[in-house]
Write a protein that binds this ligand. Sequence first.
Ligand code: GAP
Length: 517
Amino acid sequence: MASQEDLFKKIVSHCKEYGFVFPSSDIYDGLSAVYDYGQNGVELKNNIKRYWWEAMTRLHPNVVGIDSSIFMHPDIWRASGHIDAFNDPLIDNKDSKKRYRADVLIEDQIAKIEGKAEKEIDKARKRFGDSFDESLYRTTNPRVKGYLEQAEALRQRMAKALNDNDLEELRQIIIDEKIVCPISGTTNWTEVRQFNLMFATEVGSTADGASTIYLRPETAQGIFVNYLNVQKTGRMKLPFGIAQIGKAFRNEIVARQFIFRMREFEQMEMQYFVQPGTELEWFEYWKKLRLHWHYALGFPQSDYRYHDHEKLAHYANAATDIEYLMPFGYKEVEGIHSRTDFDLSRHEEFSGKKLRYYDPETKESYIPYVVETSIGVDRMFLSVLCGSYKEEQTESGETRVVLSLPPALAPVKLAVLPLVRKDGLDEKAHEVVRLLHLDFTCQYDEKDSIGKRYRRQDAIGTPYCITVDHQTLEDNTVTLRDRDTMQQERIAIAELHDLIAQRTSINTLLKKIEDEI
Ligand code: GAP
């Protein structure tokens, strides 16, 4: 079996080979941590965004959308705390001259120690077979227990240093753990310094007195500063939400794992404005509902987990991540945060404008509390690809690469294939395309053997292939091949539209979560 690292490499090259994701500026050798989405990638990405947008705005009559600008008044970032505190702790190796995030070096060390424990557990699993009780082994085997305790102690020491903003202690951990630079192999480290992650640029010409503005590092602030505009013009009553999808930019120093950590990425964020005192109930509500949104896609539920934050940011009174099991471990895909009235209060203070909500029931004015759900489109894209990529042995002994994408997210919903390019089968196939292409992304393919054409569609995750054969000319039926089972059913052309709509519509996903609301 391929290692998880090999599997991830295969997924990355599959993305390039099949038009999902290309390195940005490819012909100029790429630009680090920036990627472009290809012809299939953009369709998949748009479907993910649509699924999120409709789950937010259609399933919740009290959630509305906005689209705010990327450039905003610089004082917004002073108020939000990003200018002072949106930093990563960096350290340089004096020999290789390479720069690292201090916390990432320590996290890698933790992963290394945990890896040792996992190796022992794997060995024991093989040794004991079916009778193996993993949780008992984790807590009783002295060697495994030792590794896990060591990793946990290190994690806590790092969390405390980060929380206390203690840069010397972060460096000391790196020294104590004898962490070496992966390039030079030495422990010749500089001090740890804070580095702000926002990209700055200038508006106006220098002669006019240009001023520094920032590319937004999150979309959420565009929602906060528009909250009263939307509340008033939409006559919204608490609780209500504002959703937004848009680009965000962070000057990430450690850019790796493909589209997991990018410098230019997209977020889908929703701020839910609630009465003070009710925020923890709403936090639990959104925490549960967002997990169901992920579950509805049909990947194993054990591939998701919550990671509740023990150490909270000073403005939050609850926070959790939804993590997905990528080939490189469980990783954060989405965050759900109860942000109290921090952001709105700060904007009130910095703008000098009242941002109070007048509650017609209590006849009081107050600043609402906010529960936020924030998910990265690109991370979601990556999790969907990782969950869908499969290599299977067919009965004839070949390897079939298939993307078992949730049909509602698949970039191409169906392919129409004439069995041969003669006897009028190609014309009949074009007729079928014309019947369906306005409602479904559709491909026509007549090149190569039918087997090769099926494989091409499997590789991009097309859920259905329609084959037009000689019988079609006689009775207006076609074969409909299911991507996952490879089973074919004979079906009347007249029934195709409804059947495909029913099996590939985003509504099939929305219906699954509707009951949880
Ligand atoms: N408004 C809250 C906020 O921005 P965050 O945890 O910093 O919270 C939210 O980001 C989500 O945005 C993350 O869970 C992740 O999916 C995505 N994200 C953050 N930084 C990213 C990056 N550099 N590349 C890709 N996605 C990123």
